[in-house]
Design a protein. Structure first.
Length: 114
């Protein structure tokens, strides 16, 4: 079992920054993939960023603005979000994958005002 707890969401003005954290507990493997996805009202859940021991991957809409990082000693993954835009408003979900096992966090709301 893996439990994921997200934090760091909130309300920010356009152009501002936020840092999300996802703390994982349970049977965590450093070889796993962790990442962030988001879902805006009326839209499908989409990739924000993922990170493995081999590197990171970003959705096109956040490249150059968001940075994902991981602290294996703390079993925590971070998402630094800069130059936020109103279209970044969504619930952000943390995901843990140790194929074929997949876990999701409960999500944290990010709201960017114009």
């Amino acid at each position: 079992q893996v439990r994921l707890v997200e934090s760091g969401g909130g309300l920010v003005q356009a152009g501002g920054s936020l840092r999300l954290s996802c703390a994982a507990s349970g049977s965590i493997f450093s070889s796993s993939t962790m990442g962030w996805y988001r879902q805006a009202p009326g839209k499908q859940r989409e990739l924000v960023a993922t990170i493995t021991s081999g590197g990171s991957n970003y959705g096109d809409s956040v490249k150059g603005r968001f940075t994902i990082s991981r602290d294996n000693a703390k079993n925590t993954v971070y998402l630094q979000m800069n130059s936020l835009k109103p279209e970044d408003t969504a619930v952000y979900y943390c995901k843990y994958v140790n194929w074929p096992i997949v876990y999701w966090g409960q999500g944290t709301q990010v709201t960017v005002s114009s």
